[in-house]
Design a protein around this ligand. Structure first.
Ligand code: G6P
Ligand code: MG
Length: 218
């Protein structure tokens, strides 16, 4: 068993895809005559695609047959993927490679733990796929964050005890999931929103190598 393992959320931690989710949901919301704002989009962070559509229908006071629901899910994802198609390494958030390089150099196992079903193509697009020893995403889990399932599976695949896993997350549900899994949680973003995290940083530029050495026990 490895001493420690690091688990990264994708959207909002490694890349800023929230803006593309926003544009794709906004387009669908227009069809529902609903003014979807950036504030609404906050509610969608870390939340599965299906649950997001449930929330949107609720906000728009709309209902859908099962068939219509599925059509809208496909439509939203098609529009989202059109944005993803154009992504490249320039969209990696600042200093993420610094942290990943440090972990790789020290042979520390790295997992992705994301609710997205598009995680693999996104990592390919930004050229980071090779850093990850395992990818646990929306295709691998049955229970969404704040359930710890996604991170517990990641820990198992990395062969690291959950209490020795360190999770980077930008969503409240993700911090709750890490805490529920008995892992060390690191909030990336607004500390007031992510106040349940064990540590808080606005972004990876605030994380120095000494802090990582301490966490990684190297
Ligand atoms: C991440 C994002 C959410 C998104 C979810 C599913 O958790 O933060 O906003 O809804 O992934 O993404 P997907 O790519 O499967 O639609
Ligand atoms: Mg996220």
């Amino acid at each position: 068993m490895h001493k420690v393992g690091f688990i990264f959320d994708l959207d909002g931690v490694i890349v800023d895809t929230a803006k593309y989710h926003y544009l794709a949901w906004k387009k669908l919301a227009e069809e529902l005559n609903f003014d979807f704002t950036k504030e609404h989009n906050e509610l969608f962070k870390g939340v599965s695609r299906k649950r997001c559509l449930d929330i949107l229908l609720n906000l728009a006071d709309a209902t859908a047959t099962e068939e219509q629901f599925d059509t809208w899910m496909v439509e939203k994802n098609r529009d989202y993927l059109a944005y993803i198609e154009k992504m490249d390494a320039s969209e990696i958030l600042p200093d993420v490679p610094k942290v990943l390089d440090f972990l790789k150099t020290n042979n520390i196992p790295i997992a992705l733990g994301s609710a997205s079903k598009n995680a693999q193509p996104i990592l390919e697009k930004v050229n980071l796929l090779s850093y990850f020893d395992t990818i646990i995403d929306g295709n691998s889990v049955s229970k969404a964050k704040p359930d710890p399932e996604v991170f517990l599976i990641a820990a198992e695949k990395l062969d690291v005890a959950p209490k020795n896993c360190i999770v980077f997350e930008d969503a409240v549900a993700g911090i709750e999931a890490a805490n529920a899994g008995n892992m060390t949680s690191i909030g990336i973003g607004d500390a007031k929103i992510l106040q349940e995290a064990d540590y808080n940083f606005n972004d990876f530029t605030e994380i120095d190598l000494d802090f990582l050495r301490k966490l990684a026990k190297v």
